[in-house]
Each structure stands twice: as structure tokens, then as C-alpha cells.
Design a binder for this molecule. Sequence first.
Ligand code: HEC
Length: 179
Amino acid sequence: MMDSFEFNKIAGGVLGTLTLTMMLGIAAHMIFAPGVPAKPGYDLPSAAAEQTSATPSAPAEPLPVLLAKADPVKGQAFAKACGACHNFEKGQGAKVGPPLWGVVGRQVASVAGFNYSDALKAKGGAWTMDDVNKFITNPKAYVAGTKMGFAGEGSPEKRAAIIAYLDKLSDNPEPLPKP
Ligand code: HEC
């Protein structure tokens, strides 16, 4: 048989535990739930300045602007991806693709003896920097039916660097367009 003293001890313990739990709950609520701020973190003075700078979603800068900033030496490194299929040096022949020496300003699909696709042969005109830019962004979207098996270079800056490099592959490089 439990005597009343024992019962009180147990009841008191249970009550105490409940009270403590409740108090902790209230305290936790007070500490952690004072409204979620609209923007996490603190407002630092630099936050306003950051918002005025270019956002990643801003549209790409026009090619002439990118070309003016482009580094042909970096372009040469980026063009290693093209080197799997193209030669760059003067006098070199075709690989999987036609040689790219002098390609800027050259008639499209004009390297004698290279077996171009009908799609590229039908394109016509000469390779402007703008054309090359569009072509290497997504070859199959720009010239449907091309046999250039290259997925495309997604970075506008990298494309500009590659084009700045390609433009140098000539005895008479074309001047870069004025931004
Ligand atoms: C997987 C092989 C491959 C890769 C990689 C590749 N190309 Fe090509 N490229 C070709 C082929 C094949 C053609 C011919 C396409 C046709 O006839 O439709 C071609 C054609 C071209 C032409 C047209 C040349 C002309 O004489 O009209 C240009 C310009 C060109 N490529 C640039 C590039 C650049 C720049 C890169 C790298 C960013 C690149 N290619 C990467 C295979 C490739």
C-alpha cells in the first residue's frame, strides 16, 4: 500500500516535470519564434550596394562588348575543346572538321576537299564573328543538319575568348567590332 506521503512525492514529481516542460516550451517559443524575418540574416550596409550590381539573370552583354574584354590566350585554352576535331595552324589540313586557320571572314563551307554537310553548304555567306558565336553556342540549333558534333559552349565570355583567338588565326586578323 502506498502511503499518502509517497503518493504526494510522486504526484509532485509528475506535476513538477509537467510544469518544467511547459515552462521550457514557453521559453523556447519566446526565444525561437519571434516572427521569421522576411530576409534571413542581418541587414548589413553593403546589402544595398550589392543589389545594384549585375545580377546573374541579367541578359548577356552584346558580343562586341564581350570581345573587347576577351583574352585570346584564354581563348586558345578554351579552344582545346575544338581541337579534338579542328586544326588551327596555318597549312594544317582537316581532322574530323575543317581547318580553322583564317575561318573568320572565310566563305562558309569553302575548304576544298572537305566533305561538308548539305546544311552547312546551304548556309552561304562568310563567317562573321557574330555567326561563329551563334554557331558554337548550339551548332545544331543554328545550322539544323550540321554534322559538327559539338554540344555547344554555354558561356558567352568563353565564346568571346574563343572567337578572339580564332580571329588571330590569320595573316590579316579582322579588327574586333567596336563596342
Ligand atoms: C566533335 C567534333 C567537333 C568539335 C568538338 C568542334 N567541331 Fe567545328 N566542325 C566539325 C565538323 C564535322 C564541321 C563541319 C560541319 C558541317 O559540314 O556541317 C565543323 C565546322 C565548323 C565550322 C565551319 C567551318 C567552315 O569551313 O565553314 C566552324 C567555324 C567550327 N566548326 C568551329 C568550331 C569551334 C570554334 C569549336 C569549339 C568551340 C568546334 N568547331 C568544335 C566538328 C567539330
